[in-house]
Design a binder for this molecule. Structure first.
Ligand SMILES: [Zn+2]
Length: 395
């Protein structure tokens, strides 16, 4: 469906008509709403007062590891991390689909829910080599213009534990954008050496870093301190993230506030998937100290969790609810975390936005409405209007 004019779009309190340039991918003109006219042959669609919102950025996904569209996989209780890693390897090896097919499925699900920018971690290790990465790199080209995709080479089996430094170099040479890592102490059991190896790779390839950190309490907090030290030494402010960082919600508040100040000063971001089964970073405190906080949907029916559907707006709502953010100021603060643009359209700017049946962004965070339409650079890429088929086997 090629749309060049959207009539009656709600922006704040008022209705406007948006004139789009689908070739340039921009909003060319914004005028007061004229009426409910629709003429699909001429590319004119009536939005009927649906609310304009920016699309969303998901800062932690795994395009290669979900089971969407696959027959149900019964999981086993999590006992130890090495045991879980072996279980995941077996499950992934049993899938009949390629990582490319799985990546496309999840990308379509994400686009349908208003996400147009993601950071995906992609497994890399000596056993699977670059097979997942090569697939995701190819899929990134197929989705160029619709979804912005940043790729983290992720040594899920442990950077040192699985002797993955050499394969990580090949991954970064092949096109991965960032250096990943996981539990330098808990999994690699060599905290300093593991962190140093990450930062050496990031220096060699001028890449950002994004560390999966599940290590708890003071062990996790110490890891974050050292991560911040190395970020400063390497000059990586604004290009370094710690994902999960549950420890920030486990140590006493006075200690986490001090650490938050440090993260704000050194430009280290914290990315959370908003768990509800364990402590999580105190997001209000991080924001108050100027820390860049991102939200990721992370697990979508995979070897780690049967839950998750990739809906970042729902995950944002969960964050607000979890922290008791009930005022309009707080709901707006929550929406700002995943929002990838201003709340109002701008003439000449990319036509990347979504339309929902809500009164304003606060209402959208609270009610999690269906995404009626999702536009990326002037193209309709998702939402109900796109009428995309679900992945199958019950989605
Ligand atoms: Zn992850």
């Amino acid at each position: 469906m090629r749309i060049s004019r959207l009539n009656r779009v709600r922006v704040g309190e008022r209705l406007f008509d948006l004139i789009l340039d689908p070739d340039a991918g921009t909003v060319s003109l914004i005028v007061p709403a004229g009426g409910a006219k629709e003429n699909m042959q001429a590319g004119i669609k009536d939005a009927g007062g649906l609310l304009y919102l920016p699309t969303l950025k998901d800062r932690h996904t795994h395009l290669d590891k979900h089971f969407l569209g696959e027959p149900w996989k019964p999981l086993q209780p999590f006992v130890t991390l090495p045991g879980q890693l072996a279980f995941e390897q077996t499950l992934l090896a049993s899938l009949p689909t390629t990582a490319a097919e799985r990546a496309r499925r999840l990308l379509d699900v994400l686009l349908d829910q208003g996400t147009t920018k993601i950071r995906t971690h992609v497994d890399v290790d000596p056993r699977i080599g670059l097979s997942h990465l090569e697939d995701v790199l190819a899929v990134r080209e197929q989705y160029r213009g619709r979804m912005e995709i940043e790729i983290v080479a992720f040594p899920q089996q442990g950077l040192l534990r699985s002797e993955s430094v050499a394969i990580m170099k090949r991954a970064l040479r092949a096109g991965a954008d960032l250096v990943g890592g996981v539990d330098p102490a808990g999994l690699d059991r060599q905290l300093e050496r593991s962190l140093e190896a990450m930062f050496e790779l990031s220096a060699e390839f001028d890449a950002g870093v994004d560390l999966h950190l599940h290590d708890p309490g003071h062990l996790g907090a110490y890891t974050i301190e050292r991560f911040a030290d190395l970020t400063a030494e390497a000059g990586k402010a604004g290009r370094a993230s710690v994902s999960h960082a549950y420890c920030l919600g486990q140590i006493p508040p006075e200690q986490s506030r001090e650490l938050a100040r440090r993260l704000g000063d050194e430009g280290v971001a914290i990315v959370t998937s908003v768990p509800i089964d364990r402590p999580m970073p105190r997001v209000g405190e991080l924001l108050a100290e100027g820390v860049d906080v991102g939200i990721g949907t992370d697990n979508v029916r995979d070897a780690w969790s049967p839950f998750g559907n990739g809906d970042l707006l729902a995950r944002t709502s969960r964050l607000a609810e979890r922290f008791g953010w009930v005022t309009d100021d707080d709901l707006l603060k929550a929406f700002a975390l995943p929002a990838d643009g201003p709340l109002e359209p701008v003439e000449g700017a990319p036509a990347t936005f979504m339309l929902v049946d809500s009164q304003h962004p606060m209402h959208a965070v609270a009610s999690v409405p269906a995404r009626e339409a999702v536009f990326s650079r002037g193209q309709l890429v998702g939402g109900r209007w796109a009428g995309r088929e679900k992945p199958g086997v019950g989605g």
